[in-house]
Design a binder for this molecule. Structure first.
Ligand SMILES: *Cc1c(COP(=O)(O)O)cnc(C)c1O
Length: 395
């Protein structure tokens, strides 16, 4: 997953371009910037790679989600269906839009289960936000078909899955908009940053405006002459961050190819381990291969193996116990702990987060282990890992 493993002269060159001009702002300063528009270039390249018509950068993946929600017209009192296995940012963005996150079950894709969505629909449901977790995909065609049939907005959180495709089409391009993160540990990193892709001109325009105080960017060189068609905020990315991201984005093909090779070697070696089954990949060829996720038959066995892997030098996330990625540990949400009252609390009949039980999801999460795939592994590292894994399983 981490692009930071590949920092080199390319990143330094892009950053130096910016430092030499002294223009850290993505807009304006045309005379001084010596032709460098790193954010703009990054956006063009992101749209190019993903095949989306438009792309807009933000200061983080979370900001990208907030911007996309606003641009898609999702706000106060709307219910938004999200998975209970994601990074907290997904539900945070929904809450900060004034909307109400509704958690629906996942399946063995580790993403929202399209067969269960119907159970979570109410007259307030406005959108579905599947999260393509750990480098691979949800059953996105079925989720899209469901949204189309019900007239719901589909917004993809592809923050962890840049470079992944489903049947040749990039994740993030199936709905009204798709979001990526370029934070410090993502596939492509720029320190802090995020991106939105969309095929809809109006959604792009709203993103472009919302993330920059509502600026329509039509006023010419004088920003003061821009009009403000909507109320926005500041989720802008800086040129320095964009410069790093631009160099990284040029490495995406190489990153994904390396991850796939490393993952295949380990997955093949683990294929004969009796009680292991692998995460279901709707399109295995489109997996960006940032993680190898697998299931054990029971929670006890999963705990035993996670412990044994760590003891043998192969520590692996056991998400069920992680405070940040699974609903079970989100006591701050369950108890509505916050620094000040939030708009979504004004809604009548908030879901009962405290007593919510999603049995299918529990049953999957408690048996899931994920192994992060690193870019820097040598063949020797991989061989050693495989040996350590066999030892952990006592084979
Ligand atoms: C990382 C991440 C985000 C948020 O991205 P930041 O850039 O860290 O704000 C949102 N959703 C998911 C699924 C993520 O993994």
């Amino acid at each position: 997953m981490p692009g930071f493993e590949l920092f080199g002269d390319e990143e330094r060159k892009e950053v130096n371009d910016v430092l030499e001009t002294g223009v850290l702002f993505r807009y304006g300063f045309e005379g001084a910037r010596n032709g460098h528009f790193k954010a703009l270039e990054f956006e063009k390249k992101l749209a190019d790679i993903t095949g989306a018509a438009f792309s807009h950068l933000c200061s983080s993946g979370t900001a990208a989600l907030s911007t996309a929600l606003a641009a898609c017209g999702i706000g106060a009192g709307d219910e938004v269906i999200v998975p209970p296995f994601t990074f907290v940012a997904t539900f945070e963005a929904v809450i900060h839009a004034g909307a109400i996150p509704v958690f629906a079950d996942i399946d063995e894709t580790l993403c929202l289960n399209p067969d269960r969505l119907e159970n979570f629909i109410t007259p307030r449901t406005k959108a579905v936000v599947p999260v393509h977790m750990c480098g691979s995909m949800a059953r996105i065609d079925e989720i899209k078909a469901f949204c189309d049939q019900k007239g719901l907005i589909l917004l993809e959180d592809a923050c962890q899955s840049l470079g992944a495709t489903y049947q040749g089409r990039h994740l993030g391009t199936f709905g009204m908009a798709g979001c990526f993160s370029f934070d410090a540990v993502k596939t492509v990193t720029c320190g802090e940053g995020g991106g939105i892709i969309t095929n809809t001109r109006e959604v792009y325009d709203r993103c472009d405006q919302y993330a920059d105080h509502g600026h329509d960017h039509l006023g010419g060189p004088d920003r003061g002459a821009d009009d403000h068609p909507i109320i926005g905020t500041n989720f802008r990315i800086s040129e320095l961050n964009a410069a790093v991201g631009l160099a990284q984005l040029n490495k995406l093909d190489k990153i994904v190819e390396t991850q796939r090779k490393h993952k295949a070697a380990i997955k093949d070696a683990m294929a004969d381990i009796g009680d292991v089954t692998f995460r279901y990949l709707p399109d295995p060829f489109g997996d960006s291969a940032t993680f190898l996720s697998f299931f054990l038959p029971t929670e006890n066995r999963a705990r035993e193996i996670a412990k044994s892997l760590a003891e043998n030098g192969v520590p692996c996330p056991y998400w069920y116990d992680n405070n940040w990625h699974y609903f079970k540990k989100w006591h701050h949400l369950k108890e509505l702990k916050r620094s000040a009252p939030l708009a979504f609390e004004l809604a009548k009949d908030l879901p009962d987060y405290k007593n919510l039980v999603l049995e299918d999801t529990e049953n999957i999460m408690k048996r899931t282990i994920s192994m992060q795939i690193m870019l820097s592994w040598t063949q020797e590292d991989i061989d050693q890992r495989i040996k350590a894994i066999f030892k952990a399983f006592k084979i």
